[in-house]
Every structure is written in structure tokens, then in C-alpha cells.
Design a protein around this ligand. Sequence first.
Ligand SMILES: Nc1ncnc2c1ncn2[C@@H]1O[C@H](COP(=O)(O)OP(=O)(O)OP(=O)(O)O)[C@@H](O)[C@H]1O
Length: 301
Amino acid sequence: MTNTIVVTDRLTKRYGDRLAVDDVSLTVRRGEVYGFLGPNGAGKTTTLRMLLGLVRPTSGTATILGHAPGESGATARVGALVEGPGFYPYLSGRDNLRVMARYQGVSDQAVEDALARVDLSERGDDAFKSYSLGMKQRLGVASALLGEPDLLVLDEPTNGLDPGGMADMRKLVVDLAEQGQTVLLSSHLLAEVQEICDRVGVIAHGRLLAESTVAELRGASTLLVRAQPVELALSVSMQVAGDDAVQLTDAGVRLELPEDRAPELARALVAAGADIHEIRPSERSLEDVFFEMTTDQEENR
Ligand SMILES: Nc1ncnc2c1ncn2[C@@H]1O[C@H](COP(=O)(O)OP(=O)(O)OP(=O)(O)O)[C@@H](O)[C@H]1O
């Protein structure tokens, strides 16, 4: 059994003069939740549509479980929620799924399984139009789960949901992953991706800027020092960590220094006569990383 579900190689889509997706090479591995992260218009949906065989690449290739997108070997094993599926408003959630199940040639039992997995069994007989947005979105996930796909592709699954609905959707994705489901989801929300994804691909202006685990992306942990006078704290920090590893921020002096060197730093500050208010480990948020990456890219354009 292969451990790689999706591989793209320099995947590119051009619309006229506009490069919507530019040379994207990414890999989604079996069993992971892969977050495809980028601002609006970055090229996420276009990439996902190419993976599903809905849009033809201008150049480059994508392979899903060894098949080209759109080939039956690929489509039968991928379930997708890209642009909400059209549900009949007056049919119940269950009947909507049954219609889809017939079309796909899967059993009514698969409908029950899918409803159970998204926690809609009890409301399955209610009309679709009576559902909350979160329930509608969960029904969309259920429709993507029909036929037990190897890969579940979700385009901005929390878009438009209220905080409760978002939390439910995140929990659903985590639960599905725990049951062994591979999930590729796109999002423009860093916090969301940070919480539920094993690995992320960061995309902006059509280009994949990075692909790694969330932890790798955030980089080495840093120490944050608040001490007075600030100039003294800054110069002592530079002596201890090296000039390049120190940065003055609004929050205080930030050092790229392993946590276990905090006592050494504290001693040096005290010996120099600084008053220490706080020394604490501080991880860069994905937000900071993302901001740096996208501004670097802007500068290089
Ligand atoms: N059919 C199309 N014709 C022309 N341009 C398109 C088409 N589809 C997408 N684009 C352009 O390609 C770029 C990438 O769009 P895409 O929808 O893939 O981004 P996205 O990251 O999914 O953003 P969003 O979250 O807003 O959907 C945008 O500039 C968009 O205007």
C-alpha cells in the first residue's frame, strides 16, 4: 500500500495572463491532515480543482494514488467538498444522500454510515432547508464520505460558519483523521490549520512557499525577555545569543536561544545590573511565519 496519496509536480494553471497556480509541487501522505493554507485568491481552489480533474493544468502533473486526476481510478477514491454540493432543499438530509448514493452506485448502508460519521443520524429525516449552516456543511462532508474514499478533499470547510460551527467542523476533521481518513483541506485561517493539521503547504500568489509540519514551520523556539533598561537588556542578550539572534519587538527582546540557556541569560542580565521583569519561552505563531513569508515574497517580486 502506497504511503503517498497525492503528488503534484510543477503543477501550473494559467488563465490568460494570470498565473493562478505557479509550479506547485506538493505531497499528501496517507493518514495525515494536510492544510493547504493561503489568503483569498492564492490559488488553493484552482489547485484542488486540478487534483479533482475539474480543471486541466496548463503544465505540470498531478497524481492521485498513481492515477491522473479525473481517471476513474482516482475519482472513485477521492471524496470532495469543493463549492457546496447542490442539495434539494425540501428533501431530508438522508434522502439527499440516498439520491447521491444511487448515482454513485453505493448502498443505503453507506448513507447511514456517512450520516453517523458526521453526527447527523438523528436529524437525518429533517428537511435540508431546516438545517443550520454547520449541519449543511457536515452533510456536505457526509456526501464526500460516501463510498469510503481514501482521500477527503475539503475546500475551506469552515467558511461562513459561526464559531460553534467551526469548532464542530474542526472536531469532525480530527475525528475522521483518528479513524484513519486522509484529509486535504484548504483554509485561509492560520489558527485553524495550526490546530488540526499535521502538515501544511503555504501558498500565496500561486506559489508554494513552504511545505512542512506546523512545528517546523514555526522554527526553533525563542525566548522573550522583558528587562530594564531595554538598551542594556538588548546588549546583554546579544552577548549571550549573538547579534543575529536578537530582535527588539513590541513585546520585549526576542532571542533565538534554547530554553535551557534561560538561566545563563538571567545571570548575565543580573550581573550587568538589569532589572528582569520576565523571561519566558515564546514560539512564533504560524501567523508571524506566514506574514514574514508573504512579505518576503512581495519584496522579491
Ligand atoms: N476560471 C477562472 N478564470 C480566470 N481566472 C480565474 C479562474 N479561476 C480562478 N481564477 C483566478 O486565479 C486566482 C486563484 O484563484 P483561486 O480561486 O484558486 O484562489 P483561492 O486561493 O482558492 O482563493 P479563494 O479562497 O478566494 O477561493 C485568482 O486570481 C482568481 O481570480
